[in-house]
Write a protein that binds this ligand. Structure first.
Ligand code: ZN
Length: 526
């Protein structure tokens, strides 16, 4: 029996196309999913779009479309981007789907039956022109006026349904304190504990009145479910809650919810309480990642204009970056340069620099040097190497310790540190080994010695490709399958990278040549 691994990303509002920050979240989740699959887990990776919001309905109206047509089209566009980035999700949920709605109603009915939903009065600032309540923040920021209508907001009270969140404050505080894994990174967990200790938890209005678009409350169809409540439920309706009990029991509780740091409270206060109210377990881990900024800030309109004028506006859209370079370049940059638990930065100059120095000049160069000399001087076959154990090319490196460190960083979502270790502690010293031994010169005086140097260095390509498999899956595969390593690529695990291994047959190059040359993995850009 394989152990199971269920993970999700936040679901996105489809009122605009995915931006770089949205893509960053999916990338980090994808690395984890790919790593877990390699390590033998039965992985279920869920993503989706959050469609039952008024903004979405308004946007559709603006375009003269009915909301469903608009949502379906955006869902297709989002998935096009995720596929281009090689995000290996298993299912994509649209919250406007009939199935999701049915299962949501079952959940909310259960919470109602269990006594955690009650009818009350919601009081707040209301604009008769907009026909909606405005937050206290909007009230304060606009001196008590509606920002759209420039008319005074009025105090209004109306019936609504509350979720009894306050009933779970003690249990939640205990849960947060006793389960260090529950909220990661650690700093966010402390923050979440602090909120409850300072303010407690207040009951939450989970209904909206008089709206067309949304999910109706099963016990009072005059009301729709507040969009946050239904959005969180994607995480269970997507694995069969409400209509496929066996599937749901197999994958729940969730192993990791990947979310942006700005929605940590929803996921670590409201979400576990909702689950408990329905008699279910809380998720095992909520990982709230940092943000990606553009050249140190949020992209401004003027900077956007400037980029457009320079012909660099493609940098603003993940899909266009992928089309111009490759999904591997995109994936590598963000995972290497932006720490997943903390904030990171994206800028065109740094993008080129990281790509050229680490992919083109380091990994790519190691690969093409090996291949070129192997073909030119040995016809692609290292004769007499069957059964020979390669020597280490990195002085003082304990391979098992090194791989354990990389593994630890991947599991804790410290992807930038994992990649840093592979590059600095492993690939760079391998290149230095080649420089020091110069097999391209040595081959002229001592062919056997040159062969041994190349044979040893090929091991570094094998090991690096395995460690890089979750990060740059296509390039890693291209490297690994360029040699006749005995273990099939689909079956390699991190444990295979932890040792230098002899193989039963002579090592040989199996890659094809294009016009007598090896196709470069990462052509230099800039
Ligand atoms: Zn208004």
């Amino acid at each position: 029996m394989k152990p199971k691994w269920f993970q999700t990303t936040a679901i996105d509002y489809p009122n605009s196309r995915p931006h770089i920050g949205t893509a960053f979240e999916k990338l980090g989740a994808d690395v984890q999913a790919r790593y877990r699959r390699m390590e033998g887990y039965d992985v279920f990776f869920l993503m989706g779009n959050d469609e039952n919001t008024l903004k979405v309905a308004d946007k559709a109206k603006e375009l003269g479309l009915d909301p469903q047509t608009y949502c379906d089209d955006m869902a297709r566009q989002f998935q096009d981007v995720w596929k281009a980035l090689e995000i290996s999700y298993d299912t994509f949920i649209q919250t406007s789907s009939e199935r999701h709605k049915q299962c949501c109603r079952k959940f909310i009915q259960k919470v109602y039956d269990n006594g955690y939903i009650y009818k009350g009065q919601f009081e707040g600032w209301y604009c008769p022109g907009c026909e909606e309540f405005k937050s206290d923040k909007i009230y304060d920021e606009n001196a008590g006026q509606c920002p759209n209508h420039k008319r005074p907001l009025v105090r209004r009270s109306e019936p609504c349904y509350f979720f009894k969140l306050s009933a779970f404050a003690d249990r939640l505080l205990k849960h947060l304190k006793e389960n260090p894994e529950f909220v990661q990174p650690e700093s966010r967990r402390n923050e979440m504990i602090g909120f409850i200790e300072a303010e407690g938890l207040k009951d939450l209005n989970i209904s909206r009145h008089g709206e067309e678009w949304g999910i109706r409350l099963p016990f009072d169809p005059e009301f729709t479910i507040y969009v946050w409540f239904d959005a969180l439920l994607t995480y269970i309706t997507g694995i069969g809650y409400g209509d496929d009990e066996a599937l749901f029991r197999k994958y729940w509780p969730c192993d990791t919810h990947f979310i942006g740091k700005d929605i940590t409270r929803f996921h670590t206060h409201i979400w576990p309480a909702m689950l408990w109210a329905a008699g279910e377990e809380a998720p095992k881990r909520v990982f709230s990642h940092g943000f990606v900024y553009f050249e140190g800030g949020k992209i401004s309109k003027s900077r956007e204009e400037e980029l457009r004028a320079k012909g660099l506006d493609y940098l603003l859209e993940p899909m266009r970056i992928v089309e111009k370079f490759s999904s591997e370049a995109f994936r590598y940059f963000f995972l290497r340069e932006c720490p997943y638990p903390a904030d990171g930065d994206f800028g065109p100059d740094r993008f080129m620099e990281v790509y050229n120095s680490e992919l083109a000049n380091n990994l790519g160069n190691l690969f093409s040097r090996e291949m070129t000399i192997a073909f030119k001087n040995f016809n692609g076959v290292f004769e007499g190497t069957a059964g020979v154990k390669p020597d280490s090319v990195v002085p003082g490196l304990d391979l098992a310790v090194f791989v354990a460190k990389v593994r630890g960083d991947v599991e804790a979502c410290r992807y930038n540190l994992a990649l840093q270790a592979v590059v600095q502690d492993f690939l760079t010293p391998t290149n230095q080994y080649l420089e020091a031994n110069a097999p391209w010169k040595l081959v002229k005086t001592d062919k056997e010695a040159a062969k041994k140097v190349l044979f040893n260095a090929v091991q570094s390509l094998r090991i690096a490709s395995i460690l890089l498999k979750p990060f740059i899956p296509r390039s890693a595969e291209a490297i690994y399958t360029s040699f006749n390593f005995p273990k099939p690529w689909a079956e390699v695990t991190y444990a295979d990278a932890a040792q230098l291994a002899a193989q039963p047959d002579d090592l040989r190059v199996t890659a094809d040549l294009v016009e007598g040359k090896v196709k470069p993995l990462f052509p230099r850009i800039g």
